[in-house]
Design a binder for this molecule. Structure first.
Ligand SMILES: C[S@@+](CC[C@H](N)C(=O)[O-])C[C@H]1O[C@@H](n2cnc3c(N)ncnc32)[C@H](O)[C@@H]1O
Length: 234
């Protein structure tokens, strides 16, 4: 009991869903992890050594089944991509797609993105960060679990290069208001583009699984691109 009282509680942006793992997803986790996976630990990653070249690095938080991530990586072989996701079947699915696509510019981390950013991603190392359809946590008492918070913006602003981009999308109008408010308060980012649409004008990204799910419910889609300030002290 005493232990429970002193243990620091962390508010996380996800709950680990048990989820069904197909045989092929499990096989991907067993066989393809050495090719695509990066184990979580608290030491800084060296992207140059990891990809064996110097290239722009794009990071996606919460890639779900990874189809959008693999499509983007396949379309930009000159860029390196890192995806972070806690949902194991999604990671397995993503590796299967990556193998089918025959790409070598993608690595995955299966851990809480906040801890990965804090401990493994070097300061000023990312060209772009994508956050597509983050868990909306629609109930008011759960709003504190939303990943977009002032502290999160400071963390990712430090990991992005000056002039780097933060691209966000959601299909929840109330989360869109929250994102508008939190970003407007930040002096680390400025909005360069904002779109509201019916799934027909995604901003520099393929459609995602959760976007299609939102559209089926009749939701509108919100897309933003923010510039990390200052833009020019590279
Ligand atoms: C609503 S889904 C969206 C998935 C995908 N981006 C899409 O649009 O289809 C949000 C995903 O973010 C993941 N997620 C939430 N918080 C996370 C965190 N802190 N670290 C890693 N993944 C996280 C969840 O596991 C979930 O798969």
């Amino acid at each position: 009991m005493a232990d429970r009282n002193i243990r620091k509680r962390t508010i996380r942006s996800f709950v680990r869903r048990a989820g069904r793992m197909t045989t092929s997803q499990q096989r991907a986790l067993d066989d393809l992890w050495p090719a695509f996976g990066i184990d979580y630990d608290e030491s800084l990653l060296d992207f140059r050594a990891l990809f064996d070249r110097r290239a722009d690095v794009v990071l996606e938080i919460g890639f779900g089944n990874g189809e959008t991530l693999v499509e983007q990586a396949a379309a930009a072989p000159e860029t390196d991509f890192i995806g972070i996701e806690v949902h194991e079947p999604g990671v397995g699915h993503c590796m299967l797609r990556a193998q089918e696509a025959g790409i070598s510019n993608l690595r995955l981390i299966m851990h809480d993105a906040i801890e990965v950013l804090r401990h493994q991603v070097p300061v000023g190392s990312l060209t772009r960060l994508n956050l597509y359809f983050p868990d909306p946590w629609p109930k008011k008492r759960h709003h504190k679990r939303r990943i977009v918070q002032p502290g999160f913006l400071d963390l990712i602003a430090d990991r992005l290069k000056p002039g780097g981009k933060l691209n966000v999308a959601t299909d929840w109008a109330n989360y869109a208001e929250h994102i508008d408010e939190i970003l407007a308060q930040s002096d680390r980012f400025t909005c360069v583009e904002r779109r509201e649409h019916d799934g027909n004008q995604p901003l520099d990204r393929p459609q995602t699984k959760f976007e299609r799910r939102g559209l089926r419910k009749g939701h509108r889609i919100f897309d933003w691109s923010f510039l990390r300030l200052p833009a020019d002290d590279l």
